[in-house]
Write a protein that binds this ligand. Sequence first.
Ligand code: ADP
Length: 175
Amino acid sequence: MLDKIELYQGDITRLGVDAIVNAANRSLLGGGGVDGAIHRAAGPELLQECRTLGGCETGSAKITKAYRLPARFVIHAVGPIYSGSPQDPLRLAGCYRTSLRLALENDVASIAFPAISCGVYGYPIADAVQVALDATVEFLATHDAPARVVFALFSHQFFTLYQRALAVREEGRRK
Ligand code: ADP
């Protein structure tokens, strides 16, 4: 499973994968951070399509076309606003699971995730990376697609953290 996972440091909107995941809010009508970057790069048609979706529950996701982006689809996942409650990891895991299921249903072979909830929503990255990897590895272990999952980290700090977390898992697998 780990061999299907890759890391990328930089802007997720540049990636030529089949689908990129957006860290959206429940309205799905745009926001700051990665959401703003995706809408800017995709063009106004993306917001028009998002208006037809009627929002999205926290912990879930909805799929749209990607318009002017190199990707074919945008999967809009709504992460939890971090509160320290036991619901937080369940909802965050739900974002990854639902996004991967939508990818599978839409013949998406490659998908890229940002660090959902780890910006304005305040989720501690050290915990979020474990939730992201657990949910992804579990999904890949039980489904044939997607073939490639990229974690796109904007900062060098987050990139290094993901690298270490993956290295620990690789090490654990070899033992
Ligand atoms: P949330 O509201 O879910 O916390 P944010 O957009 O505030 O979402 O942040 C999520 C993560 O996305 C943060 O780690 C932020 O640094 C990162 N990010 C912001 N812009 C981009 C981008 N263009 N590509 C990849 N990651 C980005």
